[in-house]
Design a protein around this ligand. Sequence first.
Ligand SMILES: [Zn+2]
Length: 701
Amino acid sequence: MRGYTIAFFLLGFLPLAGCARKPESPNDKKAEAPKLGRDVNVLLITIDTLRADYLGCYGRKTIATPNIDALAARGVRCAQAIAQVPLTAPSHASILTGTYPQVHKVRDMGGFVLDDKVPTLATILSPAGFDTAAFVGSAVLSHHYGLNRGFVTYGDDMKAGLDQKKLPGVVAELRGEVVTRRALDWLDKSSSKRFFLWVHYYDPHFPYDPPEPFRTRYAGDPYGGEVAYADEEVGRLLKALEERKLQERTLVVLLSDHGESLGEHGEYTHGVFLYDSTVHVPLIFAGPDVPAGRVVSQMVRAIDVMPTVTDYLGLPAGGKAQGASLVPTLLEGRPPRSSYCYMETLYPKTQMGWSELRGMRTDEWKLVVAPKPELYRFSDDRGESRNVVEKFPADADRLQKKVREVAGPPQSLTRIQPQLVNEERRRELNALGYVGAGRRAINIDMSGADPKDRVVVLNALMRSDEAMNHERWKDAVPLLEKISRQDPGNPLIYANLQMCYERLRQFDRMEQTCMRAIENKAESDSTYAGLGGIYIRRGDLPRAIEFMEKAAQLNPANLENMDNLATAYLQLGRPDDAQRVLQAILVQNSRHPGAHNVLGILEIQRGRTVEARMHFEQAMESDPNLAEPYMNLGLLAQKAGQSQVAINYYREFLKRAKPDKHGEVIPKVREALSELEAGTVGRVSDPASAGRRVRDPAYKR
Ligand SMILES: [Zn+2]
């Protein structure tokens, strides 16, 4: 399935000189505008998945975006801003570092951590005397991926998040109002120092689920409803700045990380293609000395944002930036210094097993480097509907050379290795036996199908996503089964099918799906974790452990799998193995509630009740809704003769216990509780056996 396709070029390490333009030195700038940026704060607002053409200031008439429109009116609007990657984490890494993905190393979602050595806007502004804080609306930008570097405060706690169905690829998110509230709370508490505040709204991202009144108002266009809602939140944030008299002293930069395809070119969301539907983004600068109402018509890039802000503030951009300052463009209307924009997406390869794509865009042209290359000319084809690569070979060739300058020469056709965790954690995990962490290589050699030959699959995936999002698992199954035959090397299809069968409790079909994924080399750690869950259900713990260990080797950052694995070891009477897995969890999250609960049980087995209690209390604090620690604390209290304390804990346990998960234990706790309440102490179960069961995998998501 993954035949070697003749590729134009491949990617290697980026020659820094390539497409990059050296940002102007701050000294030059100071000579031109000596007072520029002095004592100015910076507010960076990124609105996820926001198409430029959904904003009033970019010509939309049907969606109300008065706040962003007003910001554009008092500042400079870039009409043709282009994101480097149509994916959240890589694109934000480009925005914050001013570099292409080859340099910052966040090549895709989930398995890539920002290179420690690349400066970010936050690592530059923090030592320059700025208070730094970020508040993000999605787990995709969790601190695990390194974008928190340089921020003293990094608000990425998703506990206040929406209760989501969590389709494969769908992550925890926060509503905009939560993000705004956190940002404003921080502003109120921050010192009188200058600040750099980054606020990230995730709302327009799929699934489209705007709150009222936007849901009703935009019933026919829920994506538009999310955009209008995000605009309202931007308005709240900007109004708060005004009320605090900060508007006159704050540079506001607003942009999106990528657009949304909404069916154009056969794509529905984003990530697969490099058409303007998903790489054309809004970009607005407003603040002191930024002229009101100017529009930059030439193409600019997301990597220009970081050097623009540092230049505006009179600071150096840190030596790695490949973008160029837009200050002369914004302030004086000069043309941008670079007219070439590199873009890429590895998502078709990593998620679908298809060829990755690279591209080069100018004001007039876009070349997409694919198994079947594409060239579009914007002067007479804004919609990128007529591929003219045969007609203009010299232009295609010139742009292809430009791609190579960034991505590397064809002979560098090679593999990359995701970094699931940062270097320090990787060392700790290696020491615990998880040498696979970040070792899984991906071929980025343009092998696999051309994504544009797979739009039928994309369409079926979209329809199955819709069905799954509304828990219509049965409707999704035939769609997915059909495309799994057409595109057997596609990991996402198996992941979705696996989830459907799990929810339908058709575990034999689920097992077959996992085995087919493995046969077709389209498996992931979730495939093995799923198989582990099936064997737990069948009571075959040794087999379950085999699969869960395999999942742990592939991805020790899958903490849910690690938690189940530790519990299975505990149940099999292998405390040392349980301890090792728990340590691997704590390396990644020192407050992990499940890990502390199991550690508590291990400590009881060792006769160390004080330590056990501390772990249960930590578990309770980390997740007040987790039922097990209450029961375990109740058992400890009962053994110590503290009847009233035990009664209280048991009551708290019963409030949280779920019949499908704690069915065996609930009657025992009820019995113990009634005996305690009657003043007669009965026999209690041993916490090691009753306190913790491997959770039914069907209820963990
Ligand atoms: Zn995004």
